[in-house]
Design a protein around this ligand. Structure first.
Ligand SMILES: NC(=O)c1ccc[n+]([C@@H]2O[C@H](COP(=O)([O-])OP(=O)(O)OC[C@H]3O[C@@H](n4cnc5c(N)ncnc54)[C@H](OP(=O)(O)O)[C@@H]3O)[C@@H](O)[C@H]2O)c1
Length: 330
């Protein structure tokens, strides 16, 4: 029982996650958000085909562009209203799966004036989660998405290590990239967003634990593994990566996993693990960072409590979440 929200629900990992959710939990209410709900989006059509196989499960698809913070607020308000008037049961989980990167050009900016990678991946999800904290049922879970990219030196695409700059505003308003560092900074923006999400997971848990009414909600950050079949490798990426996925990464995945990246796997395997965490089938009541389903230490920078709290305060500013728009005492 309960409501599960999945963002970016027509993504590579999200579609098998959705299928697992509906197959294993027919009594769940599933709310799927996608950027483009129309049938001109082939990935949304695919999601609809999966949903059609489970006609007895309560499901709905909602438009939500995380590059628009007013839309995020409206969506959160609608869900909150729906739970209050019993249209939806209380939340069981929010799965903050959607993500953006642009490894070719950038920085890109949203209409809110924030760098798009950072807004879609971190700020918009933080806004959604904070606004809905008062609407969870017992044992609720927030699943945030990290990556090995958050840890300096771990991802093969890294050229400049991820970092949280001392001036946090540079995360949302980075200067133009110097021409000779474009490719490196494009990937660093993605890695920085994942570092910020990982760091924020700790402060979210700290603040939840301070409030007896909300301490039953647990937040986890998962590195789902590098996904050999993800369409992310073909979205806003250089041609060489698209070719590498087709001719090296997919056909040689078992060898690559053995020799260079033990986290590598398919989106289906990752999607099922994500749902196990979301539903508390795996690690009920636990908090923190996970690689696949294994509890691990995240990067040293993500563990710095002073940095976590600075980012927490700044995230409240960016999301414009104030007392009254979240159940947390802030
Ligand atoms: N793939 C990997 O190897 C890997 C590794 C580590 C971590 N992860 C993490 O795992 C998660 C899922 O990755 P994936 O490989 O499944 O990615 P994916 O297939 O590229 O899916 C990304 C999803 O995010 C959505 N999205 C993009 N911009 C959006 C916006 N402005 N508003 C709302 N939704 C938006 C996309 O929708 P549209 O198609 O409409 O843009 C799509 O549904 C991500 O958080 C990613 O960072 C992935």
């Amino acid at each position: 029982m309960g409501t599960v929200i999945i963002t970016g629900a027509n993504g590579s990992l999200a579609i098998p996650a959705a299928e697992f959710l509906l197959r294993e939990n027919p009594d769940i209410t599933a709310i799927f958000t996608v950027r483009d709900p129309s049938n001109s989006d082939a990935n949304t059509v695919h999601l609809r085909q999966i949903l059609a196989r489970y006609p007895n499960v309560k499901t709905s698809i909602h438009a939500l562009d995380l590059g628009n913070l007013a839309a995020v607020q409206r969506f959160a308000d609608d869900i909150a209203k729906g739970i209050t008037n019993t249209q939806y049961p209380p939340l069981k989980a929010i799965v903050c799966n959607a993500f953006y990167w642009n490894l070719v050009e950038g920085p890109d900016f949203t209409d809110d004036g924030y760098e798009k990678t950072f807004q879609v991946n971190h700020v918009a999800h933080a806004s959604l989660v904070l606004r809905l904290l008062g609407h969870f049922g017992p044992g609720g879970r927030v699943v945030l998405f990290s990556s090995d990219a958050h840890w300096p030196g771990k991802n093969s695409l890294e050229k400049i290590p991820p970092e949280i700059p001392s001036d946090l505003e540079r995360l949302v308003k980075p200067p133009p990239d110097p021409a000779d560092k474009k490719a490196a900074l494009c990937f660093q923006r993605y890695a920085n967003s994942k570092l910020a999400i990982t760091s924020w997971t700790y402060s979210l848990n700290r603040h939840l634990l301070k409030d007896p009414a909300l301490s039953h909600i647990t937040a986890v950050a998962i590195n789902p593994g590098n996904l050999s079949d993800s369409r992310a490798l073909r979205t806003n990426t250089p041609g060489v990566l698209k070719v590498a996925q087709r001719f090296v990464i997919q056909p040689f995945m078992p060898v690559l996993r053995l020799l260079s990246d033990p986290t590598m796997r398919t989106s289906r395997s990752a999607g099922e693990d994500v749902m196990k965490l979301a539903l508390g089938i795996a690690h009920p009541g636990e908090r923190g960072f996970f690689t696949h389903l294994k509890k691990e230490k995240s990067s040293p920078e993500s563990l710095d409590e002073g940095e976590q709290e600075k980012l927490w305060a700044k995230t409240l500013d960016w999301t414009k979440v104030t007392t009254g728009s979240t159940a947390l005492k802030i």
